[in-house]
Every structure is written in C-alpha cells, then in structure tokens.
Design a protein around this ligand. Structure first.
Ligand SMILES: [Zn+2]
Length: 154
C-alpha cells in the first residue's frame, strides 16, 4: 500500500469516529502482489451506520474511471475498504456476502477482490488495518501488508 493512500485513508477514518466509513481500493497487480496506490472516500451519498456502511457507488466509479484513464489503464479496481470503529477487524457475514458477490460480478473485472478493514487504535491513536482476499468461495487472510513509498505510474 502506498504512503499517500495510507494518509488519505487515515484522514477519511478521522472524519467518522463512531459510524463506519470506507470506499474503494484502486491500484495494480504485480504477479501475486497487489499494490494499492489510491483509495476513494465514501462519496456524498454514502450511508454511514454504527454497524454498516454503503458507499456512494456513482462517486466511487467516477474516481475509478478518472484514475483508469489518467494512468492509461494501469490502475484498476482492487477491492473495498471500510472501518469497524466499534468492532473487531474481521469481516462480518454481510461483508463476506458482499465480497463474494463482487468476485462473481463480471463488471468488477476481478475474481479475487480484497477487503481492507481499518480503525483507529485507541492506545496509539493511529490507524490499524487487516486485509482479506476473497478467492471464489474462500476467504484468505493476507498475512502481511507493506507500506511502500508512492509509485509513479507511467
Ligand atoms: Zn464490515
């Protein structure tokens, strides 16, 4: 995950301390690795609840399209992110249902989307995150996530 994407996510998380927030993960694949270069915010029409979140799809798609064209098709959809401010950083049954639906919806153009869950750690006051990858009907926890310096596309 690129530094600027982490910074952007951190500032989005801080806007919603109690309700869930989130957006899309955008980047590219390199062999088995996925590099998250950008995140989107929730968008103006998103729904933020205590234990659920629905992103503003139109807003997120516009962001995705913009980055796709700017990068000549290098940057694409990688998955979803949202916060669990009051809960564990583990996918809910609803989260897993949504991710499986994405994996089997052709327009998302991925069969192994990732789900990143984040929150502010009370002790350090910094963001903490867990990442999961959905492959067909399996959920695989991503053991390590690296923060890399920003990648220049082109
Ligand atoms: Zn969730």
């Amino acid at each position: 995950m690129c530094e600027s994407a982490v910074t952007a996510m951190h500032s989005e998380i801080r806007k919603y301390r109690i309700c869930e927030t989130g957006g899309m993960l955008i980047g590219y694949r390199r062999d088995e690795q996925m590099v998250i270069t950008h995140i989107t915010g929730p968008g103006p029409n998103a729904r933020h609840r205590l234990f659920s979140f629905t992103r503003d799809t139109e807003f997120c798609n516009q962001e995705l399209e913009r980055l796709y064209f700017q990068s000549s098709g290098v940057l694409t959809y990688l998955g979803e992110w949202h916060t669990h401010p009051l809960g564990e950083l583990y996918p809910s049954a609803q989260d897993s249902r949504e991710m499986r639906a994405i994996a089997t919806t052709p327009s998302y153009q991925t069969t192994c989307p990732i789900l990143l869950l984040a929150k502010i750690d009370k002790r350090s006051d910094g963001p903490v995150a867990q990442c999961f990858r959905y492959v067909v009907n399996r959920k695989i926890s991503v053991p390590e996530m690296f923060i890399c310096s920003d990648v220049d596309i082109n």
